[in-house]
Design a protein around this ligand. Structure first.
Ligand SMILES: NC(=O)c1ccc[n+]([C@@H]2O[C@H](COP(=O)([O-])OP(=O)(O)OC[C@H]3O[C@@H](n4cnc5c(N)ncnc54)[C@H](OP(=O)(O)O)[C@@H]3O)[C@@H](O)[C@H]2O)c1
Length: 339
């Protein structure tokens, strides 16, 4: 009897709502480090394995964050039966391939944004998850952050009336290294897919799909887009959106309502403060987040696994399809192709 109890406890069958989720990470670059740091702060989960194209890099990363396994091949990590969840942190152009490989190994996947390069790829990933009956979610972390969820609840409550205008931008000026995946066209580099996705996400989450859109962009010598201005038209609202990899400006989101406004301070896509102005009054809310902010999507994903769900109710497959369709439409408008 005691033996059976020990076995059940080891495989976590006794505590379904707190069972430990063992994570694996594929692609050990910048965001993988941030994700691994936050993983350590989320209860009832652990970094079990990491995988890199280089065994040495995997060993170093694994030692830094206390992973039990360090693989010099992504495929070996995908084959490891002890893994409950895989986080894909490779460049955009590999998201589809790596996601489908993991799903075919029956591993739940949390894949970085953009989910893939275009709607055909995202549709294929979702179909594969459904066929395999495995959980799949886009890692658009902003959707899970308390300040952003508060703003969305506020919009839904209509306390300030209808939302009439959104202004949101994301800009930063990195060093112009065209071998870096941010700017390297062959890896999906460029402003719209890397950072423009955040203002586009803000528009879709707050106003829904636009009736029509306009977009204008500038390009680097290698064909990657350096900056882009976008206008989304809705029956009774407009979204003015921008992104830039050459200017360094505030990355704010401002929501103008019939009876007031909400500002998400720079940078709006990260844990942040919001200021609500109405009736001549101003209130600033600080959400006191103690992690980098990735903990919220991790916690959500852990719970989906524990409950045996195949899709998130926050970042649904349909939302990911809408998001990539709009990004495709913007790319078509500015003439940006990755083929
Ligand atoms: N949610 C967020 O806040 C956030 C922030 C930044 C980035 N991202 C997303 O996360 C993904 C990775 O971004 P990152 O900034 O972490 O990129 P990065 O620093 O360049 O790391 C990407 C990793 O992918 C792996 N990789 C596999 N094939 C590669 C190739 N041919 N060239 C380069 N790297 C390759 C490498 O890991 P190994 O050498 O270990 O195999 C590399 O370290 C992107 O899709 C990006 O949009 C999300």
């Amino acid at each position: 009897m005691l033996f059976l109890f020990k076995v059940l406890a080891t495989i976590n069958l006794l505590k379904p709502h707190s069972r430990n989720i063992r994570w694996g990470i594929i692609g050990l670059g910048r965001i993988a480090h941030e994700f691994a740091q936050d993983l350590q702060k989320v209860p009832n989960c652990s970094l079990y394995a990491v995988a890199s194209r280089s065994q040495e890099k995997a060993d170093d990363f694994g030692a830094l964050y206390g992973a039990q396994q360090a693989y010099g091949s992504y495929e070996l990590l995908m084959q490891d039966d002890a893994i409950d969840a895989i986080y894909i942190a490779t460049p955009h152009v590999f998201h589809k391939e790596h996601t489908i490989q993991c799903l075919n190994h029956k591993k739940p996947v949390l894949c970085e944004k953009p989910f893939a390069m275009n709607v055909e790829e995202v549709s294929e990933m979702i179909a594969c998850a459904q066929q395999n009956e495995v959980l799949l979610m886009e890692a658009l972390w902003t959707a899970f952050l308390p300040h952003f969820q508060h703003v969305l609840r506020f919009i839904k409550s209509r306390e300030l009336g209808d939302l009439r205008q959104l202004s949101a931008g994301f800009s930063f000026a990195p060093q112009l290294d065209f071998e870096d995946r941010v700017l390297k066209k062959e890896l999906g580099g460029g402003a719209v897919l890397d950072i423009g996705i955040y203002p586009v996400y803000a528009a879709l989450a707050s106003l829904g799909l636009p009736d029509s859109l306009e977009a204008k962009a500038n390009f680097f010598h290698n064909g990657a887009d350096s900056d882009c201005m976008m206008v989304f038209h809705y029956p009774k609202a407009t979204a003015n959106l921008s992104c830039s990899l050459i200017h360094h400006e505030k990355t704010e989101a401002k929501f103008l309502f019939e009876k007031g406004q909400i500002l998400i301070h720079s940078m709006f896509h990260k844990p942040n403060r919001i200021t609500i102005r109405s009736n001549g009054k101003e209130e600033t809310l600080d959400f006191g987040v103690a992690t980098l902010g990735y903990s919220f999507e991790i916690d959500h994903f852990n719970q989906l696994i524990r409950e045996g769900l195949l899709e998130s109710d926050v970042m649904t497959h349909q939302f990911s399809l809408n998001l990539i369709r709009v990004l495709d439409a913007i790319r078509k408008e500015i003439g940006l192709s990755y083929e």
